[in-house]
Design a protein around this ligand. Structure first.
Ligand SMILES: *Cc1c(COP(=O)(O)O)cnc(C)c1O
Length: 406
């Protein structure tokens, strides 16, 4: 990773001009402690073995690489799917929750806090804490709790305490604020497991490292199956952790296009989408400098997406940098096209994807336009769609209790 490492070493915690650490002073010592500990553990063979063993024995890794024959037939290029939907708890989030849970144990912390939007990161964190014997408190907007009751119940079954957040819009960004407030008061015995490649240094780097297993496996498996590297990687981008985990091991391979897909929501006006690279500007939000959807006064805007996991006003700083230097490209996929992608993968390949992952699939018609038949694409299926069945049924007017239209 020559280019990346050089930049990172020039200014620790920065990706070009993005990243950094913008936090209350009380958090600086704990972030320093975490940074020092993490960079040691990164080189520690025992720690890495413990982590890799859990990925195998608890998460079920490596996840398969599945050839999507029907998608290939319809769109032209050869399309393969990286199957993060088959991870324990249903998405890639567990890779990071387990890694950070292990870091917390090494730091001697006994209590974990986390934020969650749709509940995927909350469920992953609650599972990791149950496994590792850590106390677990999850902050969740009361509006999100109402929309994702099964995940609230799952977290409670796993032994976590779910605390409803009633401030602001009662959604993800308010849950992050509340978790940060808790952390300021509890740093001595508590670690905050951030769920995406976001927030103050060292989180964007640490979360990315724990998700790199996606790209490392993809690299080994595609070489084994196809005898070469892919021409392009495609992944949806919320905060950016599944995408950066997939992209990072390929950053120095100039021939591999890195394609992120953001949530295009209902339209191009601010407030109607979560496509940060389509209307966002440089700014500081929730501990980091990145590209943010904000108005001219720097007021962070409301966002909209059909998928809770992509519905966030800022993007991870490494993506902001990869785009600035022209190494990665970003498409947008509307709610309607994501629903098309959701049905397409279900019917054509027998895999019901998460609505987040459905954005990567919904963008395939535009991505594949003009690509040669022998070009090779890997799409990351970041999660499975079980959590989204009720929402899709509601949007399409189907009563899932009876199967009839309503
Ligand atoms: C949370 C989530 C995402 C978005 O988060 P990233 O950090 O951008 O990966 C994407 N897919 C699924 C299934 C998720 O649960």
């Amino acid at each position: 990773m020559a280019t990346t490492t050089t930049r990172e070493q020039q200014r620790p915690g920065y990706f070009g001009t993005y990243g950094g650490r913008f936090v209350p002073e009380t958090l600086v010592p704990v972030l320093d402690e975490l940074t020092a500990a993490y960079f040691e553990l990164r080189q520690d063979a025992d720690f890495q073995k413990e982590y890799r063993d859990l990925l195998r024995d608890f998460v079920g890794r490596p996840t398969p690489l599945t050839e999507a024959r029907e998608l290939s037939r319809r769109f032209g290029p050869q399309i393969w799917l990286k199957r993060e939907d088959l991870c324990h708890t249903g998405a890639h989030k567990i890779n990071n929750a387990l890694g950070q849970g292990l870091v917390a144990k090494r730091l001697g912390k006994r209590r974990i806090i986390a934020e969650t939007g749709a509940g995927q990161h909350g469920v992953a964190t609650a599972s990791a804490c149950a496994l590792l014997g850590l106390e677990c408190v999850i902050y969740m907007g009361v509006e999100d709790m109402r929309r994702q009751l099964p995940n609230v119940y799952r977290m409670r079954l796993l032994g976590a305490e779910v605390r409803g957040v009633s401030s602001g819009t009662k959604t993800l960004k308010d849950a992050v604020n509340e978790a940060l407030r808790d952390w300021v008061a509890s740093v001595a015995d508590t670690h905050y497991i951030i769920g995406s490649a976001l927030g103050p240094h060292p989180f964007p780097t640490m979360v990315r490292d724990f998700q790199c297993v996606i790209g490392e496996e993809t690299r080994a498996m595609i070489q084994e199956r196809c005898g070469r590297l892919p021409d392009a990687l495609v992944a949806c981008v919320g905060g950016g952790s599944n995408a950066i985990g997939m992209f990072h091991p390929f950053i120095d391979d100039a021939g591999v296009r890195l394609i992120g897909v953001e949530a295009g929501g209902n339209g191009i006006e601010l407030g109607q989408h979560a496509a940060r690279f389509d209307g966002g500007t440089p700014g500081v939000f929730q501990g980091m400098s990145s590209v943010v959807l904000q108005n001219e006064d720097g007021q962070v805007m409301g966002t909209h997406s059909i998928s809770a996991g992509l519905d966030y006003a800022a993007i991870g700083p490494e993506h902001a940098w990869l785009r600035a230097i022209g190494r990665a490209e970003y498409f947008r996929c509307s709610d309607a096209d994501a629903l098309r992608g959701f049905h397409l993968l279900s019917e054509a390949e027998g895999i019901i994807p998460a609505l987040e992952s459905a954005h990567a699939l919904g963008a395939l018609p535009s991505i594949c336009e003009g690509l040669a038949k022998d070009s090779l694409l890997v799409v990351n299926v970041s999660g499975r769609g079980d959590k989204d069945l009720a929402e899709v049924a509601r949007l399409e007017g189907v009563d899932i209790a009876t199967g009839s239209s309503i």
